[in-house]
Each structure stands twice: as structure tokens, then as C-alpha cells.
Write a protein that binds this ligand. Structure first.
Ligand code: FAD
Length: 320
């Protein structure tokens, strides 16, 4: 059994979630006494051989630059060919926008079982059983994959990034070109100067308790001081205070940062569904009975307009 990890990248950078997927794939390979290999479609400004430090022995690299803007269909078709040529039995993705779009297509093409949103290494003593979150993170399911090829996408921040040493990986060039299909990517626009929400280690999030968009500087100033990403509840995006790509929850972005600070958010089940895998949750709400306090590690009952400026000052002082 061999493992193939998909290297996701944008603007020449390997995404943080991929480093976690590489660590996960390497640990799985060790458990199964096999090798962890990775595949990169397109180009990055990074030393691929250095990915050996995460336990990867070989990188299959399709160097055609057109892959940098390839859509999910093209990536899935190319990976279908790559899985056959590398003989991989397990393919690992990050459970991010790319993983969500590509992994199911690959699974359908290869007739492979897929577990999306894994949170732990598979149990392999009795078959191949993968633990994942279900019901918006309120419960876990253990799913057995019976197909010969198995596909897993890994939830962010569920395994961690582990450097194992200074080994270098062998880099093997693949002579693949993007297949033409019905979708053509004309241009992509990357939001610059902000920490990407899905990959952020700290998220500062605001709700309707902020009263209006004119008060959003409280959220953005705190996020800026903490080098965190900005998020919001759905009504805040629905009302046009903030863009929809910042809305977290069941119908928005799912986040799992080390620290999630919720300010003026009630903690409805649909909101919690997208944030309750966060390692530490801090809730600031003036209503002591707000449901969010039940999910909080730390809670402050009080007015956000008094508390948040004090927090910003305190962080500034600590940094100074
Ligand atoms: P509110 O419920 O109005 O809460 C505002 C909070 O701010 C209150 O707890 C209040 O005590 C507090 N507050 C007020 N003033 C202050 C102050 N000065 N200082 C401190 N605290 C203050 N919601 C999501 O967020 N994400 C989703 O993905 C999502 N998906 C949904 C899907 C469906 C199908 C449905 C039906 C709903 C969905 N919702 C989602 C909406 C969800 O049910 C809630 O309505 C929403 O999360 C509430 O947003 P809120 O907490 O910002 O606002």
C-alpha cells in the first residue's frame, strides 16, 4: 500500500493545510510500513526536495505552468492518471476548497471510497476505518472504506504539522499536460494583505452585536494586532456589512483555528457548526445567557464596545 498526498498551492506558495496533509500522509505511511509520496501540478517558488523533512520520500512533479490555474475537473482528470502511474492506494487531500472540489471527482473516476473531513489517522487493525466529524461537528463517525483505492481529505488543524528531520525527497518530473475540458479559468483574483480565513491560526469574528458596519474597526483592529483573520456571522454578511467570504458557519466557511474570538455573536447552532472545532473559543457577549457561552473555553459577559478597545490596548502593550 502506498500513499500519495496532493500538494495544493496558490501564487507560488504551498498552502499551510498541505504541510499538515503531508505530515498526516507520512504518519499513515509509517503505520502501514510504506512510503509517503506527494504530487504537485504546476509550479511553486519552494524547494520541493526539502519537503522530505515532513517524511515524504518522493515528489511527482508535473511542471506545466498551465496547471497553476487549472480547474477542479482538470486536476481530477490528471490525478486519475497519476494514481494509476504511481500505483498509489491511498490519496490524501486537505479538506479545503480544492479538496472539496477535486477529491469527490477523483473518487468517482477511480471508484474509490472517500472520507471527507477526517480528524485522525485511520484504524487499520480491522479494515481501514477513518474518523470524521458529522452533524456540523457535534459528533464523530467512524467510516470503513472497503474499496482498494482509498481517498481521505483532512480537516484543518486536526493533525498538526510535524517536521521529522532534514531528509530530502527525490523529485521526479511527470510529463503531464492539462486536459482540455468544458471549463476555462479566465482569471483568478487573490485577496491580498489578509490572513486567509480557512488557514488562520487566530480568527476574530463579529456578529450583529456590533450594531453596524461603522463599528467593524473593533474587529479588524483586534485581528490586525493578533495577526488573525476576520470573520463574521451570517446575518452580518446577509446585511452587507461584510463580504460573504468572511461568513463562518454551517453555510459558510468552516474554520478550526487555535483561537476563535466571538464578539457579539449569539452562538446559534448554524454558527457553531462552522467553528466548534476551534481549539480555544473566547466569547464576548453582554447577555450572560447567550448560548455561545456553553461552547466557550473563556467567556466575558459585557459590552463589546467597552471590552474590545481594552483588549486591543492590552495586546499592543504586550507586543511593545
Ligand atoms: P444575533 O442572534 O442577533 O445575536 C447578536 C448577539 O450579540 C446577541 O447574543 C447579543 O446578546 C449580543 N450583543 C448585542 N449587543 C452587544 C454588545 N454591545 N456587546 C456584546 N454583545 C452584544 N448563522 C451563521 O453565523 N452562520 C451560518 O452559516 C448560518 N447558517 C444558517 C443556515 C440556516 C439554514 C439558518 C436557518 C440559519 C443560519 N444562520 C447562520 C443564522 C443563525 O441561525 C443565527 O441567526 C445567526 O448566527 C445569528 O447571528 P448573530 O449571532 O450575529 O446575531
Amino acid at each position: 500500500m502506498s500513499i500519495l498526498i496532493y500538494i495544493d498551492h496558490a501564487e507560488g506558495q504551498i498552502k499551510r493545510g498541505t504541510l499538515e496533509a503531508l505530515s498526516y500522509g507520512a504518519a499513515l505511511a509509517k503505520k502501514l510500513s510504506t512510503n509517503a509520496e506527494a504530487i504537485l501540478l504546476g509550479t511553486v517558488n519552494e524547494d520541493l526536495a526539502a519537503l522530505g523533512k515532513y517524511g515524504i520520500t518522493k515528489i511527482h512533479h508535473a511542471t506545466d505552468e498551465r496547471f497553476n490555474n487549472a480547474d477542479a475537473q482538470t486536476v481530477a482528470k490528471t490525478l486519475t492518471a497519476a494514481v494509476s502511474s504511481t500505483g498509489a492506494d491511498v490519496v490524501v487531500f486537505s479538506f479545503n476548497a480544492t479538496g472539496v472540489a477535486v477529491a469527490p471527482r477523483l473518487a468517482a473516476a477511480l471508484k474509490a471510497g472517500l472520507v471527507a473531513g477526517a480528524v485522525d489517522l485511520p484504524e487499520t487493525e480491522n479494515g481501514f476505518v477513518v474518523k470524521k466529524t458529522v452533524f456540523s461537528g457535534k459528533a464523530f463517525a467512524r467510516v470503513k472504506i472497503n474499496s482498494s483505492i482509498k481517498i481521505i481529505s483532512l480537516n484543518a488543524n486536526s493533525f498538526g504539522i510535524h517536521e521529522l528531520g532534514s531528509a530530502t525527497a527525490e523529485v521526479d518530473t511527470l510529463d503531464f499536460a492539462p486536459v482540455t475540458n468544458k471549463v476555462k479559468v479566465i482569471s483568478t483574483e487573490l485577496i491580498k494583505g489578509e490572513v486567509p480565513l480557512a488557514e488562520a491560526e487566530i480568527v476574530v469574528s463579529g456578529g450583529r452585536g456590533l450594531k453596524g458596519p461603522e463599528n467593524w474597526h473593533l474587529i479588524s483592529d483586534l485581528a490586525h494586532e493578533l495577526h488573525g483573520a476576520i470573520a463574521c456571522s451570517r446575518p452580518v454578511a446577509d446585511d452587507g456589512w461584510r463580504p460573504h467570504h468572511e461568513h463562518v458557519g454551517q453555510t459558510g466557511v468552516q474554520v478550526a483555528p487555535n483561537l476563535y474570538i466571538a464578539i457579539g455573536i449569539s452562538g446559534a447552532i448554524q454558527h457553531l457548526g462552522g467553528v466548534n472545532r476551534s481549539k480555544t473559543i473566547v466569547v464576548i457577549n453582554k447577555d450572560a445567557d447567550a448560548p455561545f457561552f456553553k461552547a466557550a473555553d473563556y467567556g466575558i459577559v459585557g459590552d463589546a464596545f467597552e471590552i474590545v478597545p481594552k483588549m486591543i490596548e492590552a495586546v499592543k502593550k504586550m507586543k511593545a
